[in-house]
Design a binder for this molecule. Structure first.
Ligand code: NAD
Ligand code: ZN
Length: 505
């Protein structure tokens, strides 16, 4: 569209929409803060102007009059945002709308022309009741939300869940990445840039060659160089767009650039969505072992957009499934997999993950809801032990001591996800040999990985004993001892210290 001066103007605002109590204001405020943008709450503005609450306006003047006031306020907000910036395509503000603002077609058109509408999925009745302090089982606003279900479902860009993960705001949805990326300093994976940059309307300032073999100090140094050429300073933010390799490298470069600048993570593989994107671990591999150089540096925002799954091969989907099954081993069978009735609640502090309304599975067979639920297993543990000092976070390393040795031994020909599947099964066998798990467990565990098209036995030519020297190089070591997170059953992963210089596996 064109602004008043006739200059072509691009989409400028993120409008948050959804049923009453879906979290529009909470998310709006948090998102604006993380993006360094202005924030407007339309309802608050109306209340301030009218000098009375919205129910009072409804009561004294009627719904039609309220809708007129609301439309006028929306026009003022939009015209306040748009003329400010004629030259760039950056997103300029976050606006939280009222629960029925876009029922009027003219309001919907205004928002869609001037920005992107993110519609937050409607929470379940129980969740809604909990949020507004009503009795469980009551339907405080649920009927209204249900009447409008088709209206809310007609918005293509969805937020299925949002929560706080140890100083990272995590937003999970569909079609939400473009508005987040607009006008930002993006570092992208080479393949992702080729497949997505045009569609997203972005030009990354740094490209990371695809593949684990590039997760090296050389790549980090190249990023520092790019940061320098871009003139990035302490107050700047970089955005990582890619899989776990891009996130780990960009996060590490951000952690070390000028002693630490902010970063935003936009994961594009299933594996990075459910695992690598969240938890603050950043780093690169060294010839001596995987992830040996690194830092804890939490991204201020993680945006998980399931649209990126569209271009993933079945093999890359399977890689992600490996970490999802690992989370099930930690959180208990069924933790973080599709289940219609289980509310997604793992002590979220910002806004609870909510039940998506449409719940249609993505092409890949993985929905935003499933990703959010699975990720919550990791987030729950990271919240308890953010810097891996209390012995809890080590559980997330389930299967990984063997996995990292396999990756290293095969020169990363075996992908991280495949190595995790094999590593989990091998470590389950170690658990059996130590009397920590029933003999049937490895086979049961292996069947779960096999069903996701993942390998479950060591690659030809390798025995577990041959991998031991590589495990001793793992960073979870303490002298000759390595702490394994041994899977012993569903919901039963145990930290076990094994002295590899004295004991056999
Ligand atoms: N920091 C953490 O907490 C953490 C946790 C788990 C794993 N990791 C790390 O993550 C890495 C593995 O992550 P990964 O599997 O995402 O690897 P990756 O980043 O190498 O991506 C895998 C492949 O997918 C391609 N790709 C990415 N997005 C795509 C898309 N949307 N469409 C098509 N192709 C796409 C990439 O180009 C690459 O070839 C490992 O280095 C692992 O150590 C880190
Ligand atoms: Zn992993």
């Amino acid at each position: 569209m064109r602004d008043k001066s006739g200059i072509e103007c691009l989409k400028r605002a993120i409008f948050l929409y959804g049923a009453p109590a879906s979290g529009k204001s909470t998310l709006g405020k948090a998102l604006a803060e993380r993006l360094g943008l202005g924030f407007v709450d339309l309802d608050e503005r109306i209340v301030a102007e009218a000098g009375m609450s919205i129910p009072e306006i409804f009561k004294t003047r009627g719904e039609a009059a309220f809708r007129d006031i609301e439309s006028k306020a929306l026009k003022e907000v939009v015209s306040g945002i748009i003329p400010r910036l004629p030259t760039s395509n950056s997103t300029l503000a976050v606006v939280s709308l009222g629960g029925g603002t876009l029922l009027r077609d003219e309001n919907r058109a205004l928002c869609e022309e001037n920005g992107t509408v993110f519609c937050i999925d409607t929470p379940s009745d129980d969740e809604l009741a909990r949020r507004i302090g009503a009795a469980p089982g009551s339907r405080p606003l649920g009927d209204k939300a249900k009447e409008r279900a088709a209206h809310y479902a007609s918005f293509p860009n969805r937020v299925a869940a949002f929560f706080d993960a140890q100083s990272s705001l995590v937003v999970v949805g569909r079609g939400i990445a473009p508005a987040i990326l607009a006008g930002r300093n993006v570092v992208a994976d080479e393949t992702v840039a080729r497949l997505w940059a045009g569609r997203l309307g972005i030009s990354p300032f740094a490209i990371i060659p695809s593949g684990e073999e590039h997760k090296t100090p050389v790549a980090v140094a190249k990023l520092w160089r790019a940061f320098s050429e871009r003139g990035l300073g302490r107050k700047d933010t970089v955005v990582a767009l890619g899989g776990g390799v891009t996130g780990d490298l960009t996060g590490f470069a951000a952690a070390t650039w000028m002693r630490g600048i902010s970063w935003i993570n936009v994961p594009t593989t299933l594996l990075s969505m459910v695992d690598a994107s969240t938890g603050g671990k950043t780093g690169c591999d060294l010839p001596d072992g995987k992830n040996l150089a690194g830092a804890f540096h939490f991204p201020k925002l993680v945006v998980i957009d399931t649209d990126f799954l569209e271009t993933l091969s079945p093999k890359l989907i399977s890689d992600g499934r490996a970490e999802m099954i690992k989370h099930e081993a930690i959180g208990g069978k069924g933790a973080g997999v599709r289940s219609r009735n289980r509310p997604l609640r793992v002590g979220a502090t910002l806004g609870e993950a909510t039940e998506p309304s449409g719940a249609s599975a993505e092409e890949s067979g993985v929905s935003a809801k499933e990703i959010a639920a699975n990720l919550m297993v990791k987030v729950g543990i990271v919240r308890e032990d953010p810097l891996e000092t209390l012995g809890r976070r080590i559980l997330l390393n389930c299967g990984h001591t063997v996995a990292h040795a396999i990756e290293k031994a095969t020169g990363y020909r075996v992908s991280h996800g495949e190595a995790v599947a094999i590593g989990c099964v091998e470590e389950a066998k170690i658990a059996v040999r130590r009397g920590l798990a029933p003999a049937s467990w490895p086979e049961e565990f292996a069947a779960r990985f096999a069903a996701a098209n993942l390998p479950t036995s060591l690659p030809g030519g390798f025995s577990l004993d041959e991998l031991v020297p590589l495990m001793r190089g793992d960073k979870k070591r303490d002298g000759g001892a390595v702490t394994f997170a041994l899977p012993c059953g569903w919901g039963d992963v145990r930290g076990v210290k094994i002295d590899l210089s004295k004991e056999s596996l």
